[in-house]
Write a protein that binds this ligand. Sequence first.
Ligand SMILES: [Zn+2]
Length: 455
Amino acid sequence: MVHNIQLFLFFVVFLNYLQAEEIWFVKFSYKHNYLSRIEKTFPLIDLLQYDYDQSSCIFLVPQNYLLNFARFIQQHNGFYRIMLDNTKDTLKKFQLRSKRWTPSDNPLDKTFYQHFLSYDEQQNWYSLLANSSLTKKFIRLHTIGYTYENRSLTVVQIHSKYRRRYKQQQQRRKLSVFIDGGMHAREWLSIGVANFVLIQFLTLKENNLKVQRILRHFDIFVLSMMNPDGYEYSRTHNRLWRKNRSPTIVSDYWDIDESCCGVDLNRNFPYQWDSIYGSSNHPCSHSYRGSHPSSESEVQSVVNFLQTNTYSRNKFYAYFNLHAYGRFWLLPWTYSTLNKVQNYEDLLKRCNQIASNVMNQTYKVGQASFLLYPCSGTSIDFAATLMPHSMTLELSPTFKGLPMCFETNQTVDHNCTVGFLAGPEVIEIDGTEVFNAIVEYLDSIIQDYFLSRNT
Ligand SMILES: [Zn+2]
């Protein structure tokens, strides 16, 4: 009993410290991977941006770390500057930034991708897709599971009228492609871009030869909003929220401080779960891996969906996992810097080619554990055990040469862009780039592997 009271008091004191946070730009004087040491010493720190080449990071630093973290940086010959203090209050203005809008009757209209839709608006849009004469013949909706707060995980399947003809001619099943967005709550752009990609496939299915060829070979499945509980929380409470909203082992206390609630979905997948640093066992960490593999209903639903083929009957062949931000095209493995997936050279060549053709060579392509940092329990590592083409696209709020606002400390200057806070006007710019990349990628697979046998 005494022990429990002490534990409770410890948490009250400890968690109250976390109420105020600051965003720091940190640069070390020479290249070295400090991240694992920082993570061990400061488990509740939140890494917002990492640039290995520049040896610089942007961190969300809890109040009670400020002194010791500054000391750590000095001891390692680095420097830091505060980019934003009192972060939560400052960022409140970015919550609920989507304005009131009147949706169109046409589900392919730009009103649906020029806004960050709320969960309810997204569900209404799905209903419109399923009922509109423009789209209902070409899509199916699948509810693959429910979140802790009982929101549905809705996958849109795009299929084509060419299916039967293709099957009769080729005597061969189509393959499936999975695209997801919104795994991390604060990465709103990835949800908008997933919706944009879906709209583009449906818009161009009648008059774009590459899209038609892709839909002859593949059914496309899009889960735009993988973490709707976390996303809604980031809209209404904390713009920089990353995890889902399920209770953790210290959930009795999470109403004192929010950080101790939720699991990082991209550390909870069952392959190589908890096998390396970069995946925290601390329930209050922003990269908490969960109590066991697939402990989260969002993850278990996607795992079942990809493994069982219940909805597609066709095998999954490619997976595009959308995050924001960084302009990285990340390949498995994430958990290891020593091993490579079997077809790594093919993936690397293909992605580099497409990045230079349709992305202005502005995406860095490479193994996730090298380009970013090693971590385990990720969705692309799990998917790579099931299918040959599995990758993450870290989208970009930087475009047309504009600097990141965090770098210039101009958080509301319209001459810069703001990382997670990028506005909905970026959706179409990034969406076009990502849609073109996915189309080129799938078409290149068809050319290389299917076209000699099939047409
Ligand atoms: Zn992410």
